[in-house]
Design a protein around this ligand. Structure first.
Ligand SMILES: [Zn+2]
Length: 240
């Protein structure tokens, strides 16, 4: 811990990378985990893709309205709030996330790159104009301008990651002196390349994850025996 604290306090540019583990600590079920309720109602493999958006729009919409309701039941945890505070006081510079729940924004972080898009925004798949999240939640799935299909602002299977966000995340990573991974198994490509890029550019790499990751041999510090929340709370005490 002391080692990470020293790295954090001496780094002039720190980038945090968060994955599913960050969100599950808020209670939010990981939709890829088959043993949770979602799989009884829907099969994400069949619905979370472009094919379903085009050919199975009704079920696609039911699925995403359900997921949005699920996300709305939860909120950022203490760890999210600490990261927001750290951005304000300049301890960290930005967050790259694989999560789509928008909790980093909700917590107050401003410099967030959402690699897989976000549930904070909805838009028309036809005219691309933004649509109301509230309306979507209330069952509206046609565009208010052109009647096209409304969809969440997340990246579906079969779609490219947003190029501008990805590019910005690469630039941030290249600037990092310290790169901290929180709750990602680092197995999803191409997101898993960021820690490697950071390392190649000379950054120190810290990985906080319950399970081993394929990038562990690049890491300067690996923490597995505490939750992300515990880790951030402990670190935060050290910075005060
Ligand atoms: Zn439209």
């Amino acid at each position: 811990m002391q080692e990470v604290l020293d790295l954090l306090q001496s780094s002039s540019y720190t980038v945090v990378f968060t994955g599913a583990g960050m969100s599950t600590e808020s209670g939010l079920p990981d939709f890829r985990t088959k043993d949770r309720g979602l799989w009884e109602k829907f099969n994400p493999d069949e619905l979370a893709n472009v094919h379903a958006l085009i050919n199975n729009f009704e079920e696609f919409t039911n699925f995403y309205q359900y997921r949005l309701r699920e996300i709305n039941k939860f909120q950022p945890h203490k760890g999210h709030l600490i990261l927001a505070k750290w951005e304000k006081v300049g301890l960290i510079n930005s967050i790259i996330t694989q999560n789509v729940d928008g909790f980093h924004h909700d917590a107050g972080n401003e410099n967030v790159m959402e690699l897989h898009g976000t549930f904070r925004k909805f838009y028309c798949n036809q005219c691309k104009r933004e649509q109301s999240r509230e309306d979507y939640l209330n069952g509206k799935s046609e565009c208010s301008y052109c009647d096209g299909p409304v969809r969440p602002g997340i990246v579906l299977f079969g779609e490219m990651l947003p190029e501008d966000v990805f590019y910005k995340a690469e630039l941030e990573t290249a600037k990092a002196e310290l790169f901290i991974v929180l709750g990602s198994s680092l197995t999803v490509s191409p997101a898993n390349m960021f820690p490697m890029v950071a390392k190649e550019q000379g950054a120190k790499l810290v990985i906080v994850n319950r399970e081993p990751t394929p990038m562990d041999h690049y890491a300067d510090v690996i923490i597995r025996n505490m939750s992300i929340k515990e880790f951030l709370v402990e670190m935060d005490k050290g910075t005060e």
